[in-house]
Design a protein around this ligand. Structure first.
Ligand code: TYD
Length: 228
């Protein structure tokens, strides 16, 4: 069994950047590693992502939303995450089940036991070895994300570089604050798995701290080409 690491945090916390930097460093060192994201990461999951993020889908019921995130997760775990972990590799994932507890549970008020049951079905009980929480004030995060979009517009960046503004970002500040409080509660309940790091520091310093936390787990992983 390999190593499973996830990244969580509010909008604009830079978790996707950090996940990519960790991926690049591990790959350059010669570790077997993949980087994926939720919702998405598979062909089917990316199709579900488009449905769930679409700003026009204002009529989407909370149950539908919850099941769609979980369906994308089920596909990701079965198609990508489990098979790769079984080869002894490292899987990095930008968001995972904790997001469902924080966003649909604490944010939307879905019953947490029910979410636990749905998540167990979707993941077969697979939980990360380590989860980073990039901590950032909710308002600052939403501002950062909007500023990044405006910058991308000014320089005429292609849509791939332009951070999306999705149906979930568009929810009100109180919602995002409930989500942040939810993450705090999740961390309190399972402190051994979480590493909470301040997001507002230079990108390279944060990357160093993350690598430092990951290093002890790397003993479990064989470098590529090192096995007979
Ligand atoms: P993400 O792609 O990480 O976007 P961002 O970088 O803007 O945070 O996540 C997409 C959105 O989906 C984000 O608002 C969090 C939300 N989400 C849920 O509500 N539940 C979930 O289970 C997951 C995985 C994400």
């Amino acid at each position: 069994m390999g190593v499973f690491i996830t990244f969580e945090g509010p909008e604009g916390s830079g978790k996707s950047t950090q996940a990519r930097l960790l991926y690049e460093r591990l790959q350059a060192t010669g570790y077997p590693v993949i980087l994926t994201r939720e919702p998405g990461g598979t062909r089917i999951g990316e199709m579900i992502r488009r449905i769930v993020m679409d700003l026009r889908h204002t009529e989407m019921a909370p149950t539908t939303e919850t099941l769609l995130f979980s369906a994308a997760r089920a596909q990701l775990v079965s198609e990508l995450v489990r098979p790769y972990l079984n080869t002894g590799g490292i899987v990095l994932c930008d968001r995972y089940a904790d997001s469902t507890f924080a966003y649909q549970g604490y944010g939307l008020g879905r019953d947490l036991d029910e979410l636990q049951a749905i998540t167990a079905v979707a993941t077969g009980g697979l939980m990360p070895d380590l989860t980073f929480y990039l901590d950032l004030d909710v308002e600052a995060g939403l501002r950062r994300k909007q500023a990044a979009r405006e910058r991308a517009d000014t320089v005429g960046a292609g849509s791939a570089q332009r951070p999306e503004w999705n149906r979930l970002d568009a929810r009100d500040l109180a919602y995002h604050q409930r989500v942040a409080a939810g993450f705090a509660e999740l961390m309190r309940r399972d402190p051994a798995r979480w590493r909470r790091l301040p997001a507002e520091q230079p990108v390279s310093e944060l990357a160093e701290q993350i690598y430092h936390e990951v290093e002890p787990l790397l003993r479990r992983v064989a470098l590529l080409g090192s096995q007979g």
